[in-house]
Write a protein that binds this ligand. Structure first.
Ligand code: 5AD
Length: 447
């Protein structure tokens, strides 16, 4: 069997796409290898969201060039968002790349690879294509948790973001296709699905008849054997009372909500074209907390967006303090080709971005640690997914609020079980717990 080495950069949607590519190629008798030196085909699934992600890919391509000169039969491919955005640059900076294809071409990957191997000349496929649900899965994919793409693309046109160019317009998969995929995954042992979409809460409005994410939750809730449903990423602009009700009412939906704020300054939010104000955002947070008091909240924030003053940044810190997130992902603004913000006049110097990033992380770290301590002594449900990395007697899993929990299963618990445990210690990146004597109502599931 020929050997495939697959390197994935970027978001969960890329991880999902990589799994599909590995699955499709496996059906065509390609075996995955973790050793790039023994590969006959190396694919880089790339991310274009920030410049740093792109730099990593070009430096990896530079390394792989050496491998290719010692093994001229090696086929080297670049797929994903950079392929879509930078086809010409890839061809000029790395002319030894044999294959470049965007996400619409993923379903044809086998054909594209065969083409390169047969013709011995580069193949480019970065055009638009129909939305296809691919259910092939890599043998290496997790048995308990799975990503499921429910929609592709984004039509928000935030001025910093390249996604509308790389992933195209919004297109939802039908509920029937998603249900069939989830049923298949559950039959293979999957217990938890994370529904993916660039604006996942805009799901379904492009379908005929239209539907929405809340309705999809209810359908999926009926799948026997499925324990948990997560979803990401939501946009505040599309967060409706209907979705908040479904978030509260659908039992399998976990109490975990990722809601990007991006900035706590109305002036910057307007320049970002986010479509909401800080006041509106805080109202939504209040509604979410009202519906699910113990909701775990996380967010994305960009520091150093063009024109961001120290006062704007202070306003962001104030919102972060006020919300009290469990987790914050902070990003330094990165100029993306073709986006409106890239040519805005008042770009922020790198050292100022770095300084704001450090200040933001100091605040978010302190708040997250304070939030974590409230878990001490509480009972939470854990989906057991393996052993602790440090101690094989200790089981590891995740709570509904997505925290890593380690505990002693005392020989009574197996991988795949959902068990209540009581938190005995809160560490920076995980929790320690003991088996709870009774299935008390878990913190994260209290409604
Ligand atoms: N620069 C920095 N961060 C960005 N993001 C998106 N585009 C950019 C950019 N040009 C961040 C946003 C988004 C997350 C996935 O990446 O915060 O929510």
């Amino acid at each position: 069997m020929a050997k495939l080495h697959l390197i994935t950069y970027g978001c969960q949607m890329n991880e999902y796409d990589s799994e599909r590519v590995a699955g499709l190629l496996r059906d065509a008798r390609w075996e995955l290898t973790t050793d790039e030196r023994e590969a006959d085909l190396i694919l880089l699934n790339t991310c274009a969201i920030r410049e740093k992600a792109e730099d990593k890919v070009f430096s990896k391509l530079g390394e792989l060039r050496r491998l290719k000169s010692s093994n001229p039969d090696l086929v080297l491919g670049v797929m994903g968002c950079m392929a879509q955005l930078h086809q010409a640059t890839i061809q000029s900076r790395a002319p030894y790349v044999d294959l470049v294809f965007g996400s619409p071409a993923i379903s044809r990957v086998t054909e594209l690879v065969d083409h390169v191997r047969r013709e011995r000349r580069p193949v480019m496929d970065t055009g638009e294509g129909p939305l296809v649900k691919i259910t092939a899965r890599a043998p290496s994919a997790s048995r308990l948790r799975a990503f499921v793409t429910v929609m592709e693309g984004c039509e928000k046109h935030c001025t910093f973001c390249v996604v509308p160019t790389t992933r195209g317009r919004e297109r939802s998969h039908t509920p029937e296709t998603i249900l069939a995929e989830v049923r298949g995954l559950v039959a293979d042992g999957v217990k938890e699905v994370t529904l993916l979409g660039q604006t996942v809460n805009a799901y379904g409005r492009d379908l005929t008849p239209p539907t929405d994410l809340g309705e999809l939750f209810w359908w999926l809730n009926d799948v026997d054997g499925l324990e948990r449903i997560r979803f990401t990423t939501s946009n505040p602009y599309n967060l409706t009372p209907r979705l908040i009700r479904a978030f509260r009412d659908v039992p399998k939906v976990c109490e975990w909500f990722h809601l990007p704020l991006q900035s706590g300054s109305n002036r910057i939010l307007a320049r970002m074209n986010r479509g909401y104000t800080v006041e509106r955002y805080l109202e939504l947070i209040a509604e979410l907390r009202d519906a699910v008091p113990d909701v775990t909240l996380s967010t994305d924030i960009i520091v150093g967006f063009p024109g961001e003053t120290d006062d704007d940044f202070q306003a962001t810190l104030a919102v972060v303090e006020r919300v009290g997130y469990d987790n914050v992902f902070a990003f330094r603004y990165s100029r993306r080709p073709g986006t409106p913000a890239a040519t805005m006049p008042d770009q922020v110097p790198d050292d100022v971005k770095a300084d704001r990033n450090t200040r933001l992380l100091a605040v978010t770290g302190r708040l997250a640690a304070a939030r974590s301590t409230r878990l001490l002594g509480r009972t939470v449900d854990v989906l057991v997914d393996g052993h602790s990395r440090k101690d094989a007697d200790v089981l590891a899993g995740r709570s509904r609020c997505n925290r890593v929990v380690n505990f002693d299963g005392q020989g009574q618990v197996a991988v795949g079980d959902v068990v209540p445990v009581t938190v005995t210690e809160v560490l920076p990146h995980s929790l320690r717990a003991t088996l709870a004597p009774h299935a008390e109502e878990a913190l994260c599931t209290s409604r």
